[in-house]
Design a protein around this ligand. Structure first.
Ligand code: AHM
Ligand code: MG
Length: 335
């Protein structure tokens, strides 16, 4: 049994043996993400001071250009991972192409690539609503010591070695999995340490919350429309409660704790859906399954989709097992 009040650092060391490839490299990598998370957390917490410190695009008193927070978060994560030389490649939602680290160095033995959405839901920052960072880690498929290629990043989600998110909410939490369940750590801002606060997180099998941007209802496919109507009907434990923050990490986090379903369907205006397979859907789907939930992209299991491009979008549904299964019944009716 895991004891409470363990620090994230202690937890990583104690659980290193569970990593399939336990050279300590993955532990170092998660430690680096933890460090970057603290830096970004500090910046996100200052966001309300933007009028005092200067808005993005302005020049501050030291003559430095102010940056948008999502650009800054992107830089912090990339810098931390590249400077510590613990990965061979990074792909980010904020970058057009992947970044190869020391790709010409034959002695470079690092085997992991990281895919990251540095600040998801960033349109929420201006109104002081929670945002998050999402990360996904794979073992490269090309030989160690050679430059990484697109193939190293276009792996199906089921091959993830680890995935997680940081939610910058009323408190800041880092939640991750290495394929052995999901654990959540809360930052004590006074001393800058993450503590294990949510061991073995699991979705309740049933839930009563549905999360979807209902403003787009008219554009949804019939199966999704019917499921939404089902959620609203008065019968048994329905109608369900509607909760939508518009920040995937926060909506997912709440639903995992309370029981619920998150939906971002494709529609007549967004034919592929909105969310990105590699930076958002795969890591969240890995967490969902590790927490005894389900994640589907249309009718397929998200983790089985073979990616074809870095910034690919898919329709995305995830959450409590019975809720996703019910939605699937509605989707099947129209196929
Ligand atoms: P982003 O990567 O541009 O921040 O977009 C992703 C976000 C998710 O966090 C959120 O669930 C969704 O977009 C909200 O989209 P919408 O405003 O269309 O409902
Ligand atoms: Mg995003």
């Amino acid at each position: 049994m895991q004891q409470k009040h363990k620090t994230l650092g202690e937890f990583i060391i104690e659980n290193q043996s569970e990593f399939q490839y336990s050279s300590g490299e993955l532990s170092k990598l998660i430690n680096a993400l933890r460090l970057a998370a603290k830096v970004v957390n500090h910046e996100v917490n200052k966001a309300g001071l933007v009028d005092v410190l200067g808005a993005a695009g302005d020049t501050n008193i030291q003559g430095e250009d102010q940056q948008k927070l999502d650009v800054l978060a992107n830089e912090k994560f990339i810098q931390t991972l590249s400077n510590r030389e613990i990965v061979c490649g990074i792909a980010s939602e904020e970058e057009d192409d992947f970044i190869s680290i020391n790709s010409n160095d034959k002695n470079h033995q690092n085997k992991y690539v990281v895919l990251i959405d540095p600040l998801d839901g960033s349109s929420n920052i201006d109104v002081n609503v929670s945002v998050g960072t999402i990360f996904s880690i794979y073992r490269r498929v090309t030989p160690i010591g050679t430059p990484v290629t697109l193939e190293d990043f276009l792996q199906p989600g089921r091959d993830q070695v680890a995935a997680g998110y940081i939610v910058y909410g009323t408190s800041t939490m880092l939640v991750y999995t290495t394929g052995h369940g999901v654990n959540g750590f809360t930052l004590n801002p006074a001393i800058g340490t993450f503590y294990l606060s949510h061991p073995n997180m699991e979705f309740p099998v049933d839930g009563k919350i549905y999360s979807v941007n209902e403003g787009n209802y008219i554009h949804f496919h019939q199966g999704v429309k019917d499921y939404i109507k089902y959620c609203q009907q008065e019968e048994g434990d329905r109608p369900y409660t509607s909760r939508y923050i518009g920040s995937l990490v926060s909506d997912f986090h709440r639903n995992m704790i309370k029981g619920g379903i998150y939906m971002y369907p494709k529609s007549s205006v967004t034919e592929q859906g909105k969310l990105r397979l590699l930076y958002e859907c795969n890591p969240i789907a890995f967490l969902a399954e590790q927490a005894n939930g389900l994640a589907i992209g249309g009718r397929t299991r998200v983790l089985d989709i073979q990616p074809t491009e870095l910034h690919q979008r898919i329709p995305f549904f995830c959450g409590s097992r019975n809720m996703v299964a019910k939605l699937q019944e509605f989707l099947e009716k129209y196929h």
